[in-house]
Design a binder for this molecule. Structure first.
Ligand code: GAR
Length: 202
């Protein structure tokens, strides 16, 4: 049975679009996107999902009293979709334990830094400001922290002396697109195993 994916996004959605294309081309196997969720009605990723006839769900977090009530409403909505894996792809909301507890080791995220360095917003600018020689991206299981959680895959890029946050973001994004698809393919083919808080591949 194909693994049923929900993609969570808040904006551009280039990782999501790339995941979708890789499923269609067979580079990611044993997976289907059954829901694209956003907290932002104007997200470009939602426009792509709709034009490709993928089911969408939009819920505005501002209409809820707090994070837990919002996340509970998401969990309630998701229950009928039988989701195997939630992929956060530029989802700019902190996910609470309400979602994590319902989808234990079934929520993954991509972050544009070599975690545990440069968590949170503007990771690429943080890397430039620090003066690191290497930056990169990380796919990890999501836990209750911000950009913490067990690391699945990472990739590295050089930071040149002429790089700024924008050029570095572009370099990293190209690697993100490859890395996230690789991680999703591994998950969907049961090649990821969590042992003693570490992810074992294979
Ligand atoms: C990506 O660079 C992703 O790594 C980052 O947001 C961007 C979304 O781009 N995520 C985070 O910073 C999460 N902490 P996209 O919407 O084009 O995929």
């Amino acid at each position: 049975m194909k693994k049923r994916l929900a993609i969570f996004l808040s904006g551009r959605g280039s990782n999501f679009i790339n995941i979708h294309k890789n499923i269609l081309s067979g580079k990611i196997t044993n997976a289907e996107i059954v829901l694209v969720f956003s907290n932002n009605n104007d997200a470009e990723g939602i426009v792509y999902a709709k034009s490709n006839n993928l089911p969408t769900l939009i819920m505005d977090h501002k209409k809820f009293d707090d994070r837990k009530k919002f996340d509970q409403a998401i969990v309630d909505e998701l229950s009928s979709y039988n989701i195997d894996l939630i992929c956060l792809a530029g989802y700019m909301r902190i996910v609470s334990e309400i979602i994590i507890d319902s989808y234990d080791n079934k929520v993954i995220n991509i972050h544009p830094s070599l975690l545990p360095s440069f968590k949170g917003m503007n990771a690429q600018q943080q890397a430039i400001d620090y003066g690191v020689r290497y930056a990169g991206c990380t796919v990890h299981f999501v836990d209750q922290g911000v950009d913490t959680g067990k690391i699945i895959l990472q990739d590295v890029v050089d930071v040149g002396s002429d790089d700024d946050a924008s050029s570095l973001s572009a370099k990293i994004l190209a690697r993100e697109h490859i890395l996230y698809c690789k991680a999703i393919d591994l998950f969907c083919n049961d090649k990821l195993c969590v042992v003693d808080d570490k992810v074992i591949i294979g």
